[in-house]
Write a protein that binds this ligand. Structure first.
Ligand SMILES: CC(C)(COP(=O)(O)OP(=O)(O)OC[C@H]1O[C@@H](n2cnc3c(N)ncnc32)[C@H](O)[C@@H]1OP(=O)(O)O)[C@@H](O)C(=O)NCCC(=O)NCCS
Length: 171
C-alpha cells in the first residue's frame, strides 16, 4: 500500500486495524464506512475503500472518499473508476451529502486524473503538508458538489439511454 492516500508510509498493526473494523461492525463508528474491493471474476480482495463523514460540523454535509488497490496487477483496469463511482453514489444518493472531498499528494498523478475524470475540481494545494521519503510533499485537495455530480450523471445516463435505443433500432 505504498502510495495509499496522503500518508504513504503510514503503517498500522494488524491488531489496530482489527480494532478499527470491530468498532464499525459493532456500529460504534457511524462516521466511517469501509469496504473491501473484490474482483468479480475471482472474488479475490484487491483493495479497500472508505467514506469518512466530516465530524467537525454539527450537520453532516461532506465526506472524504478514499480507495486503494493494493494489488498492482489490479491497476489501470477500470476498477478504481468503478469503485469511486459506487462511493459517490453512496455519498450523494444514499447519504444525501452536499460535498465529496478527495485528498492525495501532488505526485500521485493517477489518483488526481481519476478524481478529475469523475468531475472533481482541484481546490487547494497545501504546500509541504506531508513528509515521507526524507522530504516534504504538497497535498492536493479536490472537491465535487452534489449538483455537479448529478449533472455529470444525467449526461452519462442520457448517453447510455441513447446507446440502448440505437442498439435496439439496429437490424
Ligand atoms: C489510484 C487508483 C485507485 C486508480 O485506480 P485504477 O483502477 O488503477 O484506475 P482506472 O483504471 O480506473 O483509471 C482511472 C484513470 O486514471 C488514469 N490512469 C490509470 N492508469 C494510468 C496509468 N498507468 N498512467 C497514467 N494514467 C493512468 C486515467 O486517467 C484513467 O482514466 P481513463 O482510463 O479513462 O483514461 C489505483 O491506481 C491505486 O489504488 N493506486 C495506489 C493507491 C492510491 O494511489 N490510491 C489513491 C489515493 S487518493
Amino acid at each position: 500500500m505504498r502510495l495509499a492516500r496522503s500518508f504513504p508510509d503510514h503503517v498500522i498493526s494488524k491488531e489496530a486495524l482489527e480494532a478499527e473494523f470491530a468498532k464499525e461492525l459493532k456500529g460504534e463508528d457511524t462516521g466511517r464506512r469501509a469496504y473491501i474491493i473484490e474482483e468479480k471474476s475471482t472474488r479475490k480482495p484487491v483493495g479497500w475503500a472508505t467514506i469518512r463523514i466530516h465530524q467537525f460540523q454539527r450537520k453532516m454535509t461532506a465526506a472524504d472518499v478514499g480507495l486503494a488497490l493494493g494489488e498492482k496487477t489490479a491497476w489501470s483496469k477500470g476498477y478504481g473508476t468503478e469503485t469511486a463511482r459506487l462511493l459517490l453514489d453512496e455519498v450523494f444518493r444514499q447519504l444525501n451529502l452536499h460535498r465529496a472531498e478527495w485528498w492525495t499528494f501532488s505526485e500521485n498523478n493517477v489518483s488526481v486524473q481519476l478524481a478529475k475524470k469523475l468531475g472533481f475540481k482541484e481546490e487547494a494545494r497545501l504546500r509541504d503538508a506531508v513528509f515521507f521519503d526524507n522530504r516534504y510533499h504538497d497535498l492536493v485537495v479536490l472537491g465535487l458538489l452534489k449538483q455537479e455530480f448529478e449533472s455529470i450523471r444525467a449526461v452519462s445516463e442520457t448517453s447510455r439511454d441513447k446507446t440502448t435505443v440505437s442498439y435496439l433500432q439496429s437490424p
